[in-house]
Write a protein that binds this ligand. Sequence first.
Ligand code: SF4
Length: 303
Amino acid sequence: MPATKFICPDGNCVPIEDCLRGCPNCQRCMFLPTLRAVANSLDRQISEPTVTELIAGTRETFLKKTTDYAVDPASILYAIHGQAVHSINERHTQGEILSEERLKDDITSGQFDLFGKILDTDEGVLGDLKVTSSFKLMKALGIYKAKVDTGEVYKSGVKKGQHKFRSELRFDGVRDILDWAIQLNYYRLLLNRAGFKVNRMFIQAICRDSGLRIAAERGITKSVYVIPVYGISDLWLERYFRHKAKALRDAIQSNTLPPVCSFRERWGDRKCLGYCPARQNCPYAQALVNQKENDFDELKIPA
Ligand code: SF4
C-alpha cells in the first residue's frame, strides 16, 4: 500500500488525491507539478519486493506495503532530485551505455543506473548515482574527527588544570558503505546472470549541502565524489536476500508485524524518530516518541 496522504505544513493530513484536486488551504505549499511528481514517485507499481526494499528493515517494508501512511511532500524532494539526476544521465548515454534497466530473478528485482564505459575504456563498469548529505559522504569516505591534545591546560574555571583538546579531521577511517555495496553487488549479480560481465563498481555521489560550512567541517570539499565499491560474495548475497524476502513474505501472508528493525536498519533510532515513512504505524517508534515526550516533561521546571 503506497502512501495515501500528504502531511500539510500545519500538521494536518489530506488524502493525496484531494490535495492534487484542490488544496484545502488558501495556497499550495509547493507548485502543483512538484506535488504531482512527489505523488508519482510514491506509487511505484512494482509487485515483487525490490532490492532496496529488502535492504531496509523487514518491519519498515512490511508496514509500507500493508498500512496506509502519510508523508510530508517536502521530505520527498531529495528523492525527486535523485530521480532528476537519473533522468539527465539517462538522456546522455548516446546509445553506448546501458541505463535504468530493471532486472529480475526469483527473489527480487532491481534497477541499475549505468553500465558500460562510464569511467574509462573498461566496458564492464557498473555505476550508481546518489544525491546525498555531507554526513553520509563523510562516513562513506572514512572521514572522522579525532580529539588531539593541544599540550595546553586550562588556567582557570571548572576545567582548571585539565588538558585542552581540539578536533582534527582524519581520512583513514573505515568506509561505511555497506548498504550501497549490498545494493550495487546485487545489481552486479543480476547483470552477470543476464550475460553482462561487471568488472568494477562505483558510486557517483553528489553532495546536496556542498559549499556549506557544515560540509567543509566534515572534510567534504567537493560537490561530487566517485567512490569505488568492494565486491561481496555471491553466496552471501543470495543467502541474505533469500532470508529477507522469506521473512517479508511470511509476515505478509500471516499478517504478523515483523520484529523491530535492526540497530543498523533504524540508524540507531534516528530513522524511527524522524525519517522512517512507516513510523506512524510502528509501535517501536511510537514508544520512542512517548518516551522522549516524558523525558522532556520531567525536565520542565514545575510552576
Ligand atoms: S520506525 Fe524504526 S523500527 Fe519502526 S519500521 Fe521504521 S525503522 Fe523500523
